[in-house]
Each structure stands twice: as structure tokens, then as C-alpha cells.
Design a protein around this ligand. Structure first.
Ligand SMILES: [Zn+2]
Length: 203
């Protein structure tokens, strides 16, 4: 067995095709082999077709990939996306609103000058200032560097022509940031980006 391939991260979707977590390829193959999940094909003409263990095995023979898990008897593609078949892992509770989680959401990037900073150099900015009735909520708070934060002061975005790059919203599910940052796979994009609604995949 190829140990490294077995540690590769796989995106897990619930039955509504919403991303709920990531797991190792080792666990993915197990879930697949016991019928608890199907693999979502991430490329080719039958993109988004789902496969049970046997159909994934035969697809692996038809279209081998550079990364295969090989054992004495079988050779199988490492899945990239899995959809749960029998049960739903309930998406984690609403993500807690906190300074650090806002930074994570905005990827430690000032939403005004678009530069990345370390945590100690970042502030939270009220898009609609508190003095003008702005609340301290996911949809009114963005990551800002100290400089942009003081430049904006307590003015409205249009008054200083400073608009946050991304419209602030509450994260819809709790990603495992540590895994996601290190192992993000382009094949996951349609399921993770906010624009996924456009693909008609929203549950
Ligand atoms: Zn800035």
C-alpha cells in the first residue's frame, strides 16, 4: 500500500451534497468498501457521477490516475470527494463569532488593502460603524489592517470609498481549517466556493 496516498485528504459531502468535513483516503476507502459512502467522480465526461466500491474499482482500471493505492489484489484511484450514503454527519453548529474566526474567514487578509498580515497586525473593522448603528456580527465585521482601520475610522464605506473586498457573511459550515489549508484540492472548488449555488448543487 502507498502510505502517502492513504493519508491524502478527501472532501466529505453529506447527503445534500454539502461539505461537512475532510477525511483521509484510508478512511474514505473504508467507508466506500462498507457501503457507507460513494465516490464523486471529479473529472471526465461523467463528472459528478457517483460510484460504489465496485464501480470505483472498475473506473480505476479504465482511467488510472498517477496516484493509485495498490495492494496485492487491487489497484484503486484515490478518491477526492466522497458523498455519504447512509447517514449525515450533521454540519457542526454555527461557527462561533470570534476575532480569530473572522481572520480565518478572511484568510488573514485586510479586506481593504488586500494585503496579508499576521494576527497581531490585524483589527476587526465595523463596515457600518458602531456609531452609525452597525452591529458586531458576521455580516458587519471584516478583517482590516491597523492602517486601513484607522483611515476608515467611523465613516461609512462610501464616505471614504473603502469597500470590503468580500461581502461579509457568516461561514456556512465549519471547515477543518488546518486540513483545508494544507490539502486544498482544486476538485473541491465547486463544493466549497460561495458560487456553488450557480451549479445547482446547493442543498
Ligand atoms: Zn489594509
Amino acid at each position: 500500500m502507498n502510505e502517502q496516498a492513504l493519508d491524502q485528504a478527501v472532501l466529505v459531502l453529506n447527503r445534500n451534497w454539502q461539505p461537512v468535513q475532510t477525511c483521509s483516503a484510508r478512511r474514505a476507502i473504508h467507508l466506500l468498501s462498507v457501503g457507507h459512502a460513494r465516490v464523486v467522480q471529479e473529472e471526465g465526461e461523467e463528472k459528478y457521477e457517483t460510484h460504489d466500491f465496485h464501480s470505483w474499482l472498475s473506473y480505476s482500471q479504465r482511467a488510472p490516475s498517477p496516484v493509485m493505492i495498490r495492494s496485492v489484489r487491487v489497484s484503486i484511484r484515490v478518491p477526492k470527494i466522497l458523498v455519504l450514503a447512509l447517514y449525515d454527519k450533521i454540519p457542526a453548529k454555527e461557527i462561533t463569532f470570534s476575532r480569530r474566526n473572522v481572520f480565518w474567514r478572511d484568510q488573514f487578509t485586510c479586506q481593504y488593502c488586500l494585503k496579508s498580515f499576521s494576527e497581531s497586525e490585524l483589527n476587526l473593522d465595523h463596515v457600518i460603524p458602531r456609531k452609525k448603528g452597525g452591529k458586531t456580527t458576521w455580516d458587519n465585521i471584516v478583517t482590516s489592517c491597523v492602517k486601513c482601520n484607522s483611515r476608515k475610522g467611523s465613516q461609512l464605506p462610501h464616505e471614504v470609498n473603502m469597500h470590503p473586498k468580500n461581502k461579509p457573511v457568516a461561514p456556512r459550515w465549519k471547515p477543518d481549517y488546518s486540513i483545508r489549508m494544507q490539502a486544498f484540492d482544486v476538485a473541491w472548488e465547486d463544493f466549497l466556493s460561495p458560487s456553488r449555488d450557480r451549479f445547482g448543487l446547493a442543498g
